[in-house]
Design a protein around this ligand. Sequence first.
Ligand code: NDP
Ligand code: MG
Length: 383
Amino acid sequence: MKKIAILGITGSIGISAVNVVRQHPNDFEIVLASSNNNYSKLFELAVEFNIPELVITNSALEQKITDIPKNSDLNFGEDELQRRIGSVECDIILNAISGSAGLRSSITTISKGTDLALANKESLIMAGHKIMKMLKHSETNLIPVDSEHSAILQAIGNSTPEEIRSIIITASGGPFRDLPLNEFENITLEDTLKHPTWDMGAKITIDSATMMNKGLEVIEAHWLFHKSYNDIKAVIHPQSIIHSFVEFVDGSILAQLGFPTMQIPILYALTHPKHIKSTIQKTNILDLPNLNFRELSIERYPLFEIAVNAGIQGGILPTILNASNEAAIDLFLDKKICFRYISRIVEKQISKFHNFQNPSIEEIIQINKDVYTQTKQNYKNLI
Ligand code: NDP
Ligand code: MG
C-alpha cells in the first residue's frame, strides 16, 4: 500500500487520480489532499477516502467554513500547505496544482526527498535549472504525469541520453487545427474550451488551442530527458493515440500508445518503474482509427515558437512567458480580450523584459507575480 498526497485533488488531474485510487483501493491510500477554493468537493473526497490531512490554500475561506469532516485535520493557506508537505509521512506526492501556484510544492517535495509525480509542468518551465540541480542532491525521483512525457519515459527505458537522437512529441492540434486562418478573429471562449480529444482544466485546454502547451512540453522534455532543443520536435497527430516517439541513434523509433485517458499516465507515475495490473482502459488495436501526422504550422500556432525560443534563451524568460500567458488566459476567460490577443500579449511582454540567467526560486516567484499583475493591469497597452 503506497501512501500518497494529492495536491490539487479537486481539479481535472486530481479527480482522475481519485478515480485511479478508487480502482486500486489496495494499492493506494490518500494521506494529504489540497484544493484552493472548492472545499465542498475536498470534504466529499475526505469522507469517501478518510483523508487525515486537508489544506485549503485560499486562506480567505477560513472564516466561512464551519462544517469540517470529523476525521480530518483542516488547515488553510499556502504556507500551511508547504508545512504539511514537509511533515506528512508518505511515499509519493502528486502535484496536480494548475499554473505557477504549483512551483513551491514541487520545491518543498524535492527538498524533503519524497518522490514527486509531477503534473504541474509550470514548475519545470519556471525553475527547470534549479529543480534539476536539486534532484542531484535529493532522494526524490521525479516522474512526469504529462502523457507525452510519460510516453517518452517509457520508450527511453534504461537508455542513456547519448543513445537518443531525438524526441518527437505529439500534439492533437486542439480545436482549431483545421479552422481557416481568416476565421481566427471569430473564435469564442466556448469554442476554445471544447478540446477534441482530452478533457482537462480550463488553463491547459486554452494552452492546447494556442499550442503554448506544446511549447511548454518541449521545455519540460528538455529538462526531464537532458536533450538539447535541437533534438526535440513536435508533430500534429489528431487522434491522440500515440503519445510521443523516441528516435534512437541507430535509426530505431519507439512510441507509446493507448486510448487518451490521463488515468494511465497517472497510474504509471504512481507505480513507476513498474506497470501494475489494471482495468482502467484497454485499447483494442483493431478498433483504432487511422493514425496520421502533419507538420505544426507556426503561422497557426505562433505561441509554440515563442515558447520554445523562451526555453532556448532560458534564465528568467520562461517565467515571463508563463506569467504573461497565465494573465492573458485569465483575461480571455473574463472575456476582456479575444483569442488572437493571447499570443500578442505574451510576445510583447517577452520582448520588453531583460533576461538574466540562473534566477533563484525567490526571484522566480516574485517576478512571476509582478509580471502577472502588470500584464493584467496594463493589457490594453499590449494589444
Ligand atoms: P484544474 O484547473 O482542473 O485543477 C487545478 C487544481 O489546482 C484544483 O484542485 C485547484 O483547486 C488547484 N489550484 C488552483 N489554483 C491554485 C492555487 N493558487 N494554489 C493551490 N491550488 C490551486 O487543472 P488541471 O487538473 O487541468 O491541471 C493541473 C496541472 O496538470 C497543470 O499544471 C496542467 O498543465 C497539468 N496537466 C493537466 C492535464 C489534464 O489532462 N488536465 C494533462 C497534463 C498536464 P480548486 O478546485 O479549489 O480551484
Ligand atoms: Mg500533455
